[in-house]
Design a binder for this molecule. Structure first.
Ligand code: FMN
Length: 193
């Protein structure tokens, strides 16, 4: 079986964002783990417009090249880690937009949530995101919750704490387990690819 591809998705897109630093921290931990081939996916670079497909994604009849490009990126993944800020007690709009574009490409794949924010560590954002992952038939694999107040990003680098490291390690274990188990549920074109 090929090494599962874990895509670490940087959810925030604004100038000056801290999301990439947190995503790099998690991606580096994952890359040191031989159970995964890791790819960083930056929604700011993917650059999707506000959802503009005429058909429901369940039909997979994509009218736009940007959707086909996004579909290919998500299709090749076996697992995801969403790196998610908390904006006004929820996750940010770019993530919802990117999720809404597709359906089959997400289905029966595990997803972890690495949330960050003030004292509540982006946990409200993570709770809302779980509901949407569930609608797409993804399997939630666990959370890493980061309090920026006590573990800030300093000069573009996030170092974490012992507890965030433990949570990240537990999440990687769960992602490895579920990515292997869920592979059997995906269409045959997907299995062994
Ligand atoms: C529009 C907006 C709303 C925010 N709302 C919250 C919030 O509800 N809870 C929270 O803990 N932090 C909130 N924050 C602070 C963010 O946690 C902090 O700015 C973080 O750096 C955002 O992630 P980003 O830098 O990757 O965009 C908000 C920030 C912005 C820009």
């Amino acid at each position: 079986m090929p090494t599962p591809i874990l895509e670490v998705i940087i959810g925030s897109t604004r100038p000056g964002r801290v999301g990439p630093a947190i995503a790099r921290w998690f991606a580096d931990l994952a890359a040191a783990d031989p159970r995964f081939a890791v790819e960083l996916v930056d929604l700011a670079e993917v650059g999707l417009p506000l959802f503009d497909e005429p058909h429901h994604p369940i039909q997979r009849r994509y009218a736009h090249e940007h959707t086909r490009r996004w579909s290919a990126i998500v299709e090749r993944a076996d697992a995801f880690a969403f790196v998610v800020p908390e904006y006004n007690h929820s996750f940010n709009a770019a993530i919802k937009n990117a999720l809404d574009y597709l359906y089959h490409e997400w289905r029966y794949k595990p997803a972890g949530i690495v949330s960050y924010g003030g004292p509540v560590m982006g946990t409200r954002s993570a709770q809302h995101l779980k509901t949407v992952l569930n609608a797409l038939r993804m399997v939630h694999a666990g959370d890493v919750s980061i309090p920026l107040v006590t573990t800030p990003v300093v000069e573009g680098v996030f170092s974490g704490s012992d507890s965030t490291l433990r949570a990240a390690s537990a999440l990687l274990d769960e992602l490895a387990l579920l990515s292997s188990g869920l592979r059997a549920l995906r269409p045959s074109a997907d299995v062994g690819s």
